[in-house]
Design a protein around this ligand. Structure first.
Ligand code: GLU
Length: 279
């Protein structure tokens, strides 16, 4: 078993991160497996070395260990590019020049009706038939043609072992096309996207069990589809509950008050953190 914790160094780790990391770590430990740490820093604007250092420090303090060197997504752009080349050659990508504003305007036209997917508003398809999908991989933003991707991938399912959704989940084209839509696989600014990078890296690192919050359940569906299209092995998924604050709100990175570093500063022990998140 190989599990991983894959934080983005864009803020302090909070209790939700601790829960995710410890769950993945304990799961691997229980069967003599391996726990990996991966730094998801494709967003070079928001990623900061100080946050990365704090992540290493907090996880070490929690008692977690992991093999080094740690994989950083910012060093993996050629691998993401290779995956894009492959999807492009399959005719599954198209360049998109829409701004956020364009998408909002097109999606809120009366005949459309804006729907929210895992990445925000479901793309209304403006650029889908804009240019021929031939020649070299274009620069700029690239979207996945979801209808064509579903057709090419055929029937798909993934295994879930998290307590709330345990079982086998089938993927159906209609909800993927309607509720997820043509997601961005290469952003103009990064040359990749979260979805593509995570799928390529989970495969490259031989991750057998992906542990993540249930808020990423919809994203997992995209990842399972991409694995099929790229001929990559499909891990088992474990979506865990979210850690909420006293008012029931999900913790976010900006809730600095809940940062692990803060509890540490107040004298909490690693065991206290485990207790706080119900472990
Ligand atoms: N890096 C992402 C985050 O910090 C998610 C990691 C994953 O795919 O599980 O939310």
């Amino acid at each position: 078993m190989i599990t991983r914790f894959a934080p983005s160094p864009t803020g302090p780790l909070h209790l939700g991160h601790a829960f995710s990391a410890i769950t993945a770590y304990d799961m691997a430990q229980a069967v003599g497996g391996t726990f990996l740490l991966r730094i998801e820093d494709i967003d070079q604007q928001r990623s900061k070395p100080t946050w990365e250092a704090q992540i290493f420090d907090d996880l070490g303090w929690l008692g977690l260990t992991w093999p080094t060197p740690v994989l950083r997504q910012s060093e993996r752009l050629p691998s993401y590019r290779a995956a894009l080349e492959r999807l492009w050659a399959m005719g599954l990508l198209y360049p998109c020049t829409c701004s956020r504003r364009d998408i909002m305007d097109a999606a809120s036209a009366p005949q459309e009706g804006a729907r929210l997917g895992p990445d925000g508003i479901v793309y209304p398809g403006t650029c889908r038939h804009g240019v021929p999908r031939t020649g070299p991989l274009p620069d700029g933003a690239l979207r996945l043609d979801m209808a064509k991707a579903c057709e090419m991938a055929g029937p798909l399912a993934f295994d879930e072992m998290g307590p709330e959704h345990a079982g086998t989940h089938d993927l159906f084209p209609q909800p993927l096309i309607h509720d997820v839509g043509d997601v961005v696989l290469a952003r103009r600014d990064f040359g990749t996207s979260y979805h593509l990078a995570v799928v390529v890296d989970d495969a490259a690192q031989g991750i057998t069990h992906v542990v993540r919050g249930v808020d990423l359940f919809e994203a997992t569906v995209i990842h399972v589809l991409l694995q099929a299209l790229l001929d990559l092995p499909r891990p088992v998924y474990h979506h865990h509950r979210l850690i909420r604050d006293d008012t029931g709100r999900r913790l976010a990175k900006r809730d600095d008050a809940r940062a692990i570093a803060l509890y540490r500063g107040e004298g909490a022990s690693p065991q206290d953190i485990r207790t706080m998140v119900g472990l």
